[in-house]
Design a binder for this molecule. Structure first.
Ligand code: HEM
Length: 514
């Protein structure tokens, strides 16, 4: 309040300061009172429709600039990336701006640079080998489990993503479920919809004996880091014994140490924590980012039988009874279009990840103060009518038919998640997502194999005989979304496919440590 009064006094001496348009601001609170903690992107879309593609608002003393236009976002976050690439403080995470735990939430300093560079190179190398076939192998397990126990499809979907990542990180897919759970709790703690201390920030400063949020976070982070460090040390032991596979990120890291002359892999604890967090975080961030879109994909396929059928006809034509693999990528554009459209229709990161101004700037004549938060709102960007006509509806044809603004040739290559249209889903400039390659592979393998194996639809209520409704907008409201639990019914597509699903599962069981 004092800050606010002082800033009014200061402002009185200035004549008029240019501002972006925006909703009316109230003393002290700005617009925090009607900013929903859940599904905030809907409110931002509403304000964007009213105030235009760049507007500003305030929550107490924090200014936000919300962008809903690709060109403006590019001007700010890419061309002026040297100014707008910081990360804001999330009140209920401890020291995340400084490091070393969460590279995606650090400010731009040497720790962030080192971790980002390392993760980028590790990801690029694994992509050259299409992630060593782990997506396909884990998919064989997934389909087997779905055949045996279809009601648990949502759990299995997240576990599939967790297992692929943990296999890549430490050669231990059995950590997949723990990985998903850990990601989910971390996301809760960093979201506006999470602990109340993220919105009513002064509560965070209560003394620890009466501060359950602080105590929870201390415990959560301690356990997470111990878990990462334990897996790192187990992998190191195996490296020293020569039993760690060379297709893991841990192997790549230890190999680099050896090349630098550290044959015995001796390290100070601080160095081990740095490296275990670096690998642990990439491993963690790759779970829900993919399982959210995959769960929405399953939903979209069940709600759009016409697209399910088209994609299945394509798969049958190309693969017959054989389960699809990455090699079929060029021949299955309809499958890719359904996946791409899912990420547009139900954004995994609907608000985008916030950037923060690292110093004062002036943009289009409007002063932007250091510390201002810039959000390129994905939900709105994906509904710009000139680029995405009929944006509220699931329309995979926008990627397949000439005449749509997002259509791109050749269809053997587009649409995909690595290049071309709509890459704004993966963020901007210096903070762009590091996961595009694995998203492209893992989602394709999942989508194609799932549709090859099963036909799905809404679940029919056994009592009333009518389909159980699915609320496509019911989500958990984290920074990275998953839909809330919903029901589906599954039917394996033929006896022969059922037999193949089981024999595929049996084939990989030993290797996968099921
Ligand atoms: C469909 C899936 C995904 C979407 C839509 C997505 C989207 C995003 C977005 C919007 C950002 C923020 C960019 C910015 O600040 O401008 C981001 C950052 C990041 N993503 Fe992803 N992501 C996905 C999957 C993944 C996966 C699978 C991984 C890793 C395995 C990953 C790793 C990262 C990392 C490390 C960052 C932080 C970059 C930095 O701050 O330097 N993402 N992602």
């Amino acid at each position: 309040a004092i800050q606010q009064i002082l800033s009014w006094k200061k402002k009185k001496s200035v004549t008029t300061v240019a501002k972006f348009p925006g909703p009316k601001q109230y003393p002290f609170v700005g617009r925090i009172h009607d900013l929903p903690r859940f599904s905030m992107w809907l409110k931002f879309k509403e304000w964007a429709d009213e105030h235009g593609p760049i507007f500003q608002t305030r929550a107490v003393d924090q200014t936000f600039i919300i962008v809903s236009d690709e060109k403006i976002a590019e001007e700010l976050l890419v061309k002026r990336g040297h100014i707008y690439s910081g990360r804001p403080q999330i009140r209920s995470l401890i020291n995340h701006k400084e490091g070393v735990g969460y590279s995606a939430l650090m400010d731009r300093h040497d720790t962030w640079k080192t971790q980002r560079k390392w993760a980028h190179a590790a990801m690029a190398e694994a992509y050259k080998h299409h992630f060593y076939g782990h997506c396909e192998k884990e998919m064989k397990r997934y389909l087997g489990l779905l055949l045996i126990d279809p009601a648990r499809f949502l759990d299995y979907t997240r576990e599939y993503c967790g297992r692929v990542m943990s296999r890549l990180a430490w050669d231990d897919a059995t950590q997949g479920k723990a990985n998903g759970d850990s990601a989910d709790t971390t996301l809760h703690c960093m979201s506006v919809s999470g602990p109340i201390t993220n919105t009513v920030t002064p509560l965070w400063h209560l003394p620890s004996f009466m501060n359950p949020w602080y105590n929870f976070e201390i415990k959560r982070e301690k356990e997470q880091r111990a878990w990462w460090l334990n897996n790192f040390r187990l992998a190191k032991d195996r490296m020293l014994k020569g039993t760690l596979p060379n297709d893991t990120w841990a192997y790549r890291y230890f190999e680099q140490l050896k090349r630098e002359g550290n044959e015995s892999l001796d390290q100070e604890e601080e160095q081990e924590i740095f490296a275990s967090c670096m690998i642990g975080f990439v491993n963690l961030v790759g779970v829900v980012t993919i399982s959210g879109p995959l769960k929405f994909f399953l939903m979209a396929m069940a709600l759009h039988p016409e697209w399910q059928r088209k994609a299945q006809e394509e798969i049958d034509r190309v693969c017959g009874d054989r389960m699809p693999t990455m090699k079929d990528f060029p021949d299955l554009p309809t499958v890719r279009a359904c996946l791409k459209e899912t990420v547009r229709w139900r954004s995994g990161v609907p608000l985008g990840v916030p950037h923060q101004a690292e110093r004062d700037d002036v943009f289009r004549g409007v002063p932007i103060k250091k510390g201002t938060i810039i959000l390129a709102c994905e939900w709105s960007l994906n509904r710009v009518p000139e680029k995405y006509p009929d944006g509220d509806n699931f329309r995979p044809e926008r990627w397949l038919e000439p005449g749509w603004p997002t259509y791109q040739e050749p269809l053997t290559r587009y649409p995909n998640f690595r290049e071309g249209q709509a890459m704004h889903s993966f963020g901007w400039g210096r903070r762009t997502c590091l996961g595009q390659n694995i998203v492209d592979d893992e989602m394709f393998v999942f989508g194609a194999s799932y549709l090859w194996a099963f036909k799905s639809g809404p679940k029919i209520c056994p009592r009333t005989g009518v389909p159980v409704p699915i609320d496509t907008q019911a989500t958990n409201s984290h920074v990275i979304l998953e839909p809330l639990p919903y029901h589906l019914s599954f039917k394996v597509r033929s006896e022969e496919r059922a037999r193949l699903i089981l024999s595929n599962y049996q084939e990989v069981m030993g290797e996968l440590k099921v």
